[in-house]
Design a protein around this ligand. Structure first.
Ligand code: SAH
Length: 266
């Protein structure tokens, strides 16, 4: 028998943020390989009794691939559970290519990224009309270097929302890059650690000037998302440009305008 390997996004931590499809696949899995350091083990709650469950935190990529190949020879459904969405910093193609080479069928089930869970935890929006309509998902260079043109200073120059992964220990570098790109000292910055993890989530709000000190005070040194965005705090702004979609003067496919059209196009 040859089974199929499913790369399933486990979501950011709260088991309820797993997709229904992910839950269904876990419930029928003969074997599950999960990313122990990041995926809340609770996600494996959904695996059936007798399912082979393995934490990948001490395995090399070669060992993981070998394990998946071995399990696919024995079970119809094998799940590789990955934190957030498998397409972001998840070594997805490194794992799928050997499966393809071995003739093993595989597919990906998306997940809720920690970028979205972090914004949600703080009640923030990542886009806002006439403020920014763009979100950049990025990281600081670590052992993985940044390709040319993608250093944070260059990306920050857009003034768009930045969701910065894998970089909480490099917060001073983030500050330096934002300053060099012209962000003001009072620009709001949000850091969320373990977004959505039941009982463990920490939300730190600060500015470019003080975010590092605030994170140190909260002892945040891992598993945290940094969001720098001109939209942060908009819930408390005295004035706000309205979203055209819900403007009474704006018609669209599902609703006729009940007021004159807005002056600028949507
Ligand atoms: N594929 C994942 C990202 C994996 S990279 C996703 O889509 O979310 C690991 C990084 O993701 C961490 O360094 C941290 O920046 C972020 N991260 C993962 N889970 C998180 C969580 N629950 N809260 C905040 N940040 C998280």
């Amino acid at each position: 028998m040859t089974g199929k390997v499913w790369f399933v996004g486990a979501g950011p931590g709260d088991p309820e943020l797993l997709t229904l499809k992910g839950q269904r696949l876990l419930a029928s899995a003969g074997a599950v390989l999960f990313a122990g350091s990041l995926v809340n083990q609770a996600a494996t709650l959904f695996a059936p009794a007798g399912c082979e469950i393995r934490d990948s935190k001490d395995m090399t990529l070669e060992e993981m691939t070998a394990w998946l190949l071995d399990q696919a020879a024995r079970h119809a459904c094998v799940v590789r559970l990955q934190t957030g969405d498998p397409g972001l910093y998840g070594a997805l193609v490194e794992m799928t290519r050997p499966l393809t080479a071995a003739g093993i069928d595989w597919a990906v089930v998306p997940g809720v990224s920690s970028a979205f869970a972090s914004a949600a935890a703080a009640g923030e929006t990542l886009t806002l009309p006439e403020v920014t309509q763009t979100v950049i998902l990025t990281r600081m260079a670590g052992r993985t270097p940044m390709p040319p043109g993608e250093d944070l200073e260059a990306l920050a120059a857009h003034g768009a929302t930045l969701c910065i992964f894998l970089s909480i220990t490099l917060l001073h570098e983030v500050q330096r890059a934002l300053r060099a790109a012209g962000w003001a000292e009072d620009s709001p910055i949000l850091v969320v650690q373990k977004a959505s993890w039941p009982g463990e989530e920490k939300i730190v709000r600060g500015t470019l000037a003080d975010i590092k000190r605030r994170c140190q005070a909260e002892k945040i040194a891992s598993q945290a998302m940094i969001i720098a965005s001109p939209t942060l705090g908009a819930a408390d702004w005295p004035t706000l440009a309205r979203s055209r979609l819900y403007d009474p003067g704006f018609s669209h496919r599902f609703r006729k305008a009940t007021a004159p059209a807005p002056e600028t196009p949507a």
